[in-house]
Ligand binder design. Structure first.
Ligand SMILES: Nc1nc2c(ncn2[C@@H]2O[C@H](COP(=O)(O)OP(=O)(O)OP(=O)(O)O)[C@@H](O)[C@H]2O)c(=O)[nH]1
Ligand SMILES: [Mg+2]
Ligand SMILES: [Zn+2]
Length: 323
């Protein structure tokens, strides 16, 4: 006996379940793309009370989810399918939680400006380490080439190109490098990451005219951007694939790397590893360090070596906070 027409029939199944890609999240409501349908789905309450969680965000862009549609308008996320990788940053306010920004990326593109704000090698190196640690391919974008002499741009591009990283020199102003950027994005799921004001949104507006992402002014006084982009979203590309424009990030969190493992995350160090005088050489002050010697002979760039030492100290501090 049927009461009030709530019983499922062959034409109107009470619930259907399907998989999709999360392309946007907004306080509990998520946009999920399944085939060419865009559905708004919410997270069930039970997700929010999970006791063991260490991240503040549960469903993120790039997640593959199983969704159950409740009726025409409403759907609920039943399951987040296992993630291939994730981009993470420490949550605001020094809490022990981590913010996951995106999952299942094919590549990360750290974007830095050559000036305004000033190029910061240490900061770029930290983004590269994230890619190395998560085994996500990295493509470096150096923007605002129109504002610096060619020689300066090529010098910086050379440091990273020699290590083996693909580097795209761009100007969102005059369009240099934008075609190459578009080709590199095509067919993949990528995230543009980097500090505020370097031109991530302006570049994407160039890559795909009509996007009309909001862009901001860099304050003249500080040379810093002001966080024009505030939410991460996966944007479908005309050439196939998706790109995430993310809010400005000074850095991402390097997870699960012990100080002794750091040397492997600098690809140009690898030929020298195991060749130091001491087996447990940390490549800082030790005598007979093959890495330090490679730096002195010019085979390793001094700014990269400096980054290694700085990040080593940070990881060491995390691993042994009371020493
Ligand atoms: N001269 C020059 N200016 C640029 C270039 N790219 C971006 N800008 C300017 O830099 C400023 C910041 O650009 P945005 O695209 O908003 O920077 P963003 O990286 O998206 O910043 P957030 O959203 O805050 O993370 C804007 O005033 C842009 O017009 C460039 O290649 N050359
Ligand atoms: Mg932006
Ligand atoms: Zn050494």
């Amino acid at each position: 006996m049927s009461r009030g027409g709530k019983t499922a029939t062959a034409e109107h199944p009470a619930a259907t379940s399907f998989e999709g890609l999360v392309v946007r999240t907004e306080s509990g409501f998520h946009r999920v793309l399944s085939g060419d349908r865009l559905i708004v789905a919410r997270t069930p309450k039970k997700f929010n009370s999970r006791g063991d969680r260490t991240t503040t965000t549960l469903v993120v862009i790039g997640d593959h989810v199983r969704v159950r549609s409740v009726d025409e308008e409403t759907a609920v996320i039943e399951e987040i399918l296992p993630r291939r990788n994730e981009l993470v940053r420490g949550a605001a306010g020094g809490s022990r939680f981590l913010d996951v920004i995106a999952a299942n990326l094919d590549q990360i593109m750290p974007v830095h400006s050559l000036t305004e704000p000033d190029f910061n090698a240490a900061r770029l190196d930290r983004f590269l380490l994230i890619g190395e640690a998560a085994e996500i391919p990295v493509v470096i974008v150096l923007n605002k080439e129109d504002l610096v002499p060619d020689q300066f741009a090529e010098e910086i591009a050379g440091i990273y190109g020699r290590i083996g990283y693909p580097v795209i020199l761009t100007s969102a102003k005059d369009g240099r490098g934008v075609d190459r950027l578009r080709e590199t994005l095509s067919g993949k799921i990528s995230a543009l990451v980097g500090p505020s004001g370097v031109g991530k949104s302006t570049l994407l507006n160039r890559v795909q005219p009509g996007l009309q992402l909001r862009t901001g002014e860099v304050s003249d006084a500080t040379g810093k951007g002001r966080h024009t982009t505030t939410t991460a979203e996966l944007i479908p590309l005309h050439g196939g694939g998706f790109v995430a424009d993310t809010p400005g990030l000074r850095e991402l969190t390097i997870r699960d790397v012990a100080p002794e493992e750091l040397e492997w995350l600098f690809p140009e160090f690898r030929p020298y590893l195991g060749r130091c005088k001491f087996n447990n050489c940390s490549h800082r002050e030790e005598i007979g360090c093959a890495v330090a010697q490679a730096m002195e002979s010019g085979a390793i760039d001094p700014s990269r070596y400096a980054s290694y030492r700085r990040v080593y100290e940070d990881l060491d501090e995390l691993a042994h906070p009371y020493d």
